[in-house]
Design a binder for this molecule. Sequence first.
Ligand code: BGC
Length: 916
Amino acid sequence: MLKLYDLTIEYKHAPLGLDEVQPRFSWKLDSDQQDTVQASYRLRIVQGGDVVWDSGTVASAQSILNEYLGPNLTPRTEYDWTVTVWDNHGETAEGTSRFETGLLNGSAFEGKAQWITHAPDKASPVSPVLYKDFVVQGNVKKARLYATALGVYEAEINGEPVDDTYFHPGWTNYRKRLQYQTYAVTLHSGKNHLALTLANGWYKGKLGFMPQPNHYGDTTAALAALCITYEDGHEEWIGTDESWFCTTGAIQSAEIYDGETQDFTADPAAPQPARLFDYGFDTLIGQENEPVRCLQRVPVVKEFTAPNGDHLFDFGQNLTGWVEVEIYGDKGQKLTLRHAESLDENGNFYTENLSWAKATDTYILGGGKQTLHPHFTWHGFRYICVEGLQYGQNVQFTACHLSTDLAQTGHFTCSDKRVNRLQQNIQWSQRDNFLDIPTDCPQRSERLGWTGDVTAFCPTAAFNENIMPFMTKWLHDLASELGPDVSMPQVVPNILGNQQDGAAFWGDVVTVLPWTLYRAYGDKRILQHSYDSMKHWVEFIESQCGENGLWQTGFQYGDWLGLDAEANALGDERKGATDDYFTANVCFAWSLQILADTAAVLQYTEDARRWSRRREELVRAFRAEYVTPTGRLVSETQTALILALHFDMVPDEFRPRLLDALEKNIGAHKTHLLTGFIGTPFACLTLSENGRHDLAGRLLLQEDDPSWLYEVKMGATTIWERWNSIRPDGSFNPANMNSLNHYAYGSIGNWLYTKLCGLEILEPGYKKFALRPQFIKGITHAELTYESVYGKIAIAWRCEGGKITVDVTVPANTTAELTLPEQPETLTLGSGSYHYEYATETSLKIDRYSLETPLHIILEHPAAQAIFAQYAPEFLSNPMLEYVKNEPVTALLAYGDSIKPLFEQVLAVMNQADKE
Ligand code: BGC
C-alpha cells in the first residue's frame, strides 16, 4: 500500500504567515512494496472551496520542491492543498495539508499600524512595555497578530505570551531586512490587553569583541497589527499608533552578553502615550527561518560549595539557554545567578573565558512563589554560581536549552561510547550555536555569525538537522551585506564595518554553503539566489590576483588555531604554520569549482566554461608556485598536504609521495593532528579517500592531546574552540579566546556519516546515494539514520565473531548503490529494507600491539626478538636504539620507512603469539 507523509511547503508543516510568493510543495512516499518510485502526481490548491490551481497529472518522479505555478496568492489567506501520487506499481495515495499566507509584502502594514516608541530617555536600560486595551464585540473566527520590533520583543495577550518562541524578530541585516512574525492568537470577548515588551537585543544592544551599543540604531520601537476576523466575515485591525500606552514591567535591564535584571518590587512607570517613530516599512519581510524555542529542560545534577566558598549548581551539560528559577521567597530578596562553562583546575567557578560578557541574571523577588527566567538574554553554561539564597530555602533551578527549533535528521551511534559522546558533543555544539544565526560561540562577548566556522561545519550540520530555512535566511543576509566596499563580510550579519579584505575559507562560505545545501536538499533555488554573491566573491579574488594568476595579497586568517606554528613577534599563536596564500589559493580553486558546477546546474553554459577554465589556469599557476618539479610542496604541513590531495591541486603522479609525506608527518606527531580550521575538516576524509582509512580511524580513536577523544576524556560535553582549550592538568589555555562550545572541529561528524557509515550523496537531495561503510579497528558496529527529503535512510553494520551483518533502508523514490564491506560488487537497490549476513576472518578488536606501541615494548617481546635476530640482527645492535626506545614505531618511521614491512610482520606475530 502506498501512503504519503511529511507534506511540507517550503520545508514547513502547515505554516502560518508564509511569505513566499512562489512556494514549493514536498511530500514523502511510504510503501510496503520494494522498488517504489513516483510515476506521476497531481497538486491541487484550494481556497474557500474553490480550486485555485490544479497542476493536472504530471508524469514525474519529482516529489520535492514542486513549484506553485497558479495565480498570485492572496495575502493573509488560508489554503488547503492536496497531492495525489501514482507509483510504478499502480498504487495511488493522497495527502492533504494547509498553509496560510502572511502579508506577502511588508508594506501591507502601512495604513494598519505605525511604528511606535516609548518615552524619550533613550539611555534608560529599563525595558519598555507598549500596550493597548481593546474590546472585542462579536464572535471571532480567527485573530492574527503581525509584529516586529527594532530591538527584541515578546508579545502577550491578556498576560499570556502569544506563543513559546523567543528572540523575535531575530537577527538580520536590519539595514535592509527586518522580519515580522505572524501569530495565531486567542482573544476574549469583551476587554483584551495586548502588550509588547522590548529590549535592546542585537539592534541596539552591546555587541562585538569590545562590546559597543547601537550598531543599528539607538531607539527601540515596535510595529504590530492585530487582525480580528469575525464570524460574519468582517475584519477589524488593532495597530500600533498613538492610542497605545507605554509603561514598564519587572525587566530593569537586558543585554545579550551581560544578562538580565528583573525587579518585582519596582513600580511600573506611570502610563504615557506611545510616540510615533519614523521608520519605514520597505525592509519588512516575513520570518524566513524557524523560531527559537526551549528544546530541552535539564535538571541540576549536583549542588555543591566550591573550594573558594561559592555556591554552585552543575547541570552536567554545557548548553545554551537560561536557568528557570522556581522559588518561594520574601519580597525584596535579591538573587543573583552567574553562568560559566567550566570549573578551573582548583574546582572554582571559571569565568575568564567569557571576555566582556557578564552573563549574570539578577532577580529582586516579589514575594511568595515565583517562576522566573530571563527573556532577552542567553548564556553558554554548565554551572551557575548563586548568591542570595537563604539557608534551606525552597528553590529549584532548571536549565532551559534554547536553540532554533530545527528537526533533527541525523543519528549516529557505534560500539565505542567515547565516539558516541563525541557525536553528542557535536550535536550539542550545533544546537548551542544555531540560535537564530549560526554563531561561533554562545558564552563570551562575541556570538557572531563567523563565516569560516560555517564553511568548516556545514556538511556535518546538514546531516544533523534540517538546516535549510535557517541557512537560507542567513545567506539572504549575507547577500544583502555585499557591495563595492564589502568583498565578503567575515561575520553575518555584519557589525564589523566595511571589509575590503576578504579572508579565504571564511569568504568561501558563499560558495560552499549553498552548494552543500543544494547537494543535501536538492534545492536549486538556493543556487539561483546565491549565484550573484558567489560571483561577487570570486570576482573580488580575481581582482586581487597578481600577474602570476595567484591570490597573494591581503589579510588571511590562515589555518586558524592550527597547532604547528610558533608564536610570532606579537605573541599571536593563533595561526597554523601553513602558508596563508597556499591555503587561500586552494580555497579559491574550490570556490571556482563550485561556481563552475553551479553555473552548469543553472544552465549558464558559458559561465560554467569560463569558471572551469579559470580553475585550470589557477591550478597551473598554483603548481608552478607551490609544487616542486619532483612533487614536494612548499610549506609541507599536514594541512597543506591534506588540502593539496583533497582538492586535487597536484598532478596524479605526485599523489603517492604526498600521501606518504602526510602519513609520516602524522606518524612523527605520534598519530596526532596539528591542523586548524581549514585542514581539520578534510583530514580524515582525505586519508579515507586515499586508501589510508585505517589511519583516519586511529586519529579518530586517539585519546591524548590533541584529539577529539582527548576532549571527551577530559569530560567535554560540547566541542572546544581549540584542540587544547583545557590542558591535561585541567588548567585552561591562557588565551583569552577559548570557548568550550565552538563547532568547527565537530566537522569530524561528516566523516562518521560518510566514511565510517559510508553514506554519500550521488544525486542532489539523496535521490541517489551510495552506502559504502568502511570498518576501522576498534569499532565493531555502527549505525546511522538520516531523514532525507525523501524519507529515512538507514544503515547498520556489525563485524563481530567472524560474521558481518549489514542492514539497510532505502526510502521510496530513491536508489542506493550499496558496496558491502569485503564484497567485490556494488548492488543497486530500490526502496525497501535489506539484510545481509556473511562470514569474515576480520576482527575489529584493537590489536594489543600496533605501530603506536613504544619500541621498547616490542624489543622486550620474545617473538619480536626472534624475528629481528633472524632477519635484521644489525637493527638490534644499533646503539641509537637507546635514544628512541620510548618512541612509538610511527615516530621512528618518519625518519625512514624501509623497515616498516618488517615491523608489520613483527607486530602480527606478537599479536598472534599473545592470542595463543
Ligand atoms: C571566532 C572564530 C572566528 C574567528 C575568526 C574568533 O573570535 O570565535 O571562530 O572564525 O574569530 O578568526
